[in-house]
Write a protein that binds this ligand. Sequence first.
Ligand SMILES: Cc1cc2nc3c(=O)[nH]c(=O)nc-3n(C[C@H](O)[C@H](O)[C@H](O)COP(=O)(O)O)c2cc1C
Length: 183
Amino acid sequence: MAYNVLTLVGSLRKESFSLKIANTLAKLAPSSLKLEVVTPAGISFFNQDLEANPPADWVAFREKVQKSNGVIFVTPEYNRSIPGALKNAIDVASRPYGKSSFIGRPVGIISNSPGPLGGVSAAKHLQNILPGIAGPIMQQPETYLNAVGDAFDPSGDCSKETLKTVLQQYLNAFAAHVEQYSK
Ligand SMILES: Cc1cc2nc3c(=O)[nH]c(=O)nc-3n(C[C@H](O)[C@H](O)[C@H](O)COP(=O)(O)O)c2cc1C
């Protein structure tokens, strides 16, 4: 049996490096993991007034998270934090209060940037956001991918062998993390 892993991309951009990293992860996944890549596109703004009668897009996203056995966040950094679209998706799935869809699901965090710092501040913000609303966050290997701007060919495939190796190592660790915390 393979564990279903939602791979939640922090960017809405068509040519997003985060999306390309998530797609590469899906291709490299070991047989014990099945990765579904999802972006925050189409998730409407969270508004507490709508909680009693939630919009269909919130319900669909929450169900996707609930059906997963684990979640890997693949996020860029916007102004030293996570993009608003990703925060909104997290807020949507975290409600109703006490019934977060992420609860119990082992979590992984991969940040990235074409710049030198690998989006580490975004990853650190996720580590602040998630503990109250999600399952155990994998601590190692810490994975902040820098200089991702030249890592993909025009068709979106990863052309940087060192990056593929890092992603493979991450997946192996995450497979063990999901196995450890799945009931
Ligand atoms: C609003 C905005 C803020 C950004 N802030 C940062 C930042 O704080 N750190 C960083 O490394 N890159 C920053 N960038 C550059 C992004 O890393 C770059 O645009 C990246 O390609 C976005 O991720 P994506 O390719 O997955 O869409 C920012 C980009 C935008 C549009």
